[in-house]
Design a protein around this ligand. Structure first.
Ligand code: GLU
Length: 461
């Protein structure tokens, strides 16, 4: 049974990189009919906040990355970590180290002076026939893990292929601090073991932790999970994605009017591919996502492509669903949705909207007073046009109020006054919608309703 996990630290929002890791872990479990576990790594008490936990849960729910177990909280598992530390101490696989910070600093200083890489020199590590220093009275010892002194750690990474690290490169990791609290790498190991994780998919900023974690897992007699380290996401400038590149938190995309299926589809393509396929459903992604085709090169975040995908999914989405998502966005601008049918408005505008917020902006003209720009009026609403528009308005009072009849009347007024379509359609749009660009003007007029159209026109005629 495949069991994957997403293990965010709640120190900020769920950002795009975390969401991509979550999506991959989720999809891998789903592909194999396995289980997906959510674990909150909240042991950094200084930086972890309940708001960040909430933001992570909200982001996961919004993306519909449903988990089968959890959320588990590391802070609630302290007893378990302590028990495993005690076990390792008893088995002689870990030991107390009484070095003071000053002593450690002096050790490093001496190593640097000799041109060596600074590392713990194992002075408190027990060995046959070795006499340990005298235990100082005033030091609360840390617990260090007995890392294998030689040989190599090797694993076959799902993304990066074979990775090999010499044990000589790894010193004896602190697994518990002086106050007894377990350290980060240790908690991860105990959790992955207890939660029977078979596949660890995470960002490649964790590659350096993996050999240490593998050694501890081995000391605990565990079977190793498969590891897959996905490369970071970069902005268009080649730098690691950060706030400077615009919205990076998942819930921000919700606020900005993206559909979750668009973001999921977009994230799936960051560091993974299936031929040239750009647009695919989640079901399709799950079917394809078997752990192959993961790229080891950093992925580049492209906001234009995300906007394009969002437009695609907006076009596909059901109008009733879109209306439910857009209405609160209109109301948030202080405008009541009353009069024109919002679903019909959305049907008319959704082809050109990249976001739900753009749709809300487009819809505003149906629900609030509009004030055409004076400069544009001067430019488009000329003396030559006025009689034609006046006639059109007059006729509008009496025709059947339907797109076809409105269009026919418009053509008729054009011919009467010997004008070309844009000559009349532009000022008409401007007076009635406040804009120069709208979908087909007859359709917009129909939806606005005769009364509104006439009120808006007669002001100027
Ligand atoms: N808590 C770690 C992070 O947020 C992830 C640890 C892991 O996936 O092993 O970066």
């Amino acid at each position: 049974m495949v069991r994957t996990r997403f293990a965010p630290s709640p120190t900020g929002f769920l950002h795009v990189g975390g969401a991509r890791t979550a999506l991959f872990s989720w999809a891998y479990a789903r592909h194999h009919q396995g289980e997906f576990i959510l674990r909150i790594e909240d042991t950094d008490v200084e930086r972890s906040t309940p708001e960040a936990v909430q933001a992570i849960l909200d982001g996961m729910r919004w993306l519909d990355l449903n988990w089968d177990e959890g959320p588990f909280y590391q802070m609630q598992r302290m007893e378990r970590y302590r028990a495993v530390i005690a076990q390792l101490l008893t088995e002689g696989k870990a030991y107390h180290c009484y070095c003071s910070p000053e002593e450690l600093e002096a050790m490093r200083e001496a190593q640097r002076a000799r041109g060596d890489k600074p590392r713990y020199d194992g002075r408190w590590r027990p060995a046959a026939g070795k006499t340990l220093p005298e235990i100082p009275a005033d030091i609360k010892p840390v617990v260090r893990f007995c890392n294998p002194p030689d040989g190599e750690v090797e694993w076959n990474d799902l993304v990066k292929g074979t990775i090999r690290i010499a044990n000589a490169e790894l010193d004896d990791l602190i697994i518990a601090r002086g106050d007894g609290t377990p350290t980060y790498n240790f908690c991860v190991v105990v959790d992955d073991l207890d939660m029977r994780i078979t596949h660890v998919i995470r960002g490649d900023d964790h590659v350096n932790n993996t050999p240490r974690q593998i050694n501890i897992l081995r000391a605990l007699g565990a079977e190793l999970p498969v590891y897959g380290h996905v490369p970071m996401i970069h902005g268009a400038d080649g730098q690691k994605l950060s706030k400077r590149h615009g919205a990076v938190s998942v819930t921000q995309y919700d606020d900005d009017g993206y559909l979750p299926e668009a973001l999921n589809n977009y994230l799936a393509r960051l560091g993974w591919g299936h031929g040239d396929d750009e647009v695919f459903s989640r079901e399709q992604f799950v079917q394809w996502f078997d752990g192959s085709n993961l790229s080891s090169a950093p992925a580049q975040f492209n906001p234009e492509k995300l906007a394009w995908l969002n437009n695609h999914y907006i076009k596909q989405a059901d109008n009733a669903r879109l209306a439910a998502l857009v209405q609160p966005r209109i109301e948030a601008l202080g405008v009541q949705v009353a009069g024109a049918d919002l679903q019909a408005v959305i049907a008319l505008f959704k082809d050109r909207a990249n976001t739900l917020n753009e749709l809300a902006q487009s819809a505003l003209l149906f629900y609030q007073w509009i004030e055409p720009d004076a400069g544009l009026l001067e430019q488009h609403f000329t003396a030559e046009i006025k009689p034609a528009l006046a006639e059109f308005a007059e006729a509008c009072a009496g025709i059947e109020w339907q797109r076809e009849t409105i269009g026919a009347q418009l053509k008729h007024s054009l011919t009467q006054h010997n004008l070309k379509m844009p000559k009349l359609a532009m000022p008409l749009r401007l007076l009635v919608t406040g804009r120069l660009q709208t979908p087909s003007v007859d359709a917009v007029l129909e939806l606005l309703g005769r009364d509104t159209v006439l009120t808006r026109l007669r002001r100027w005629l």
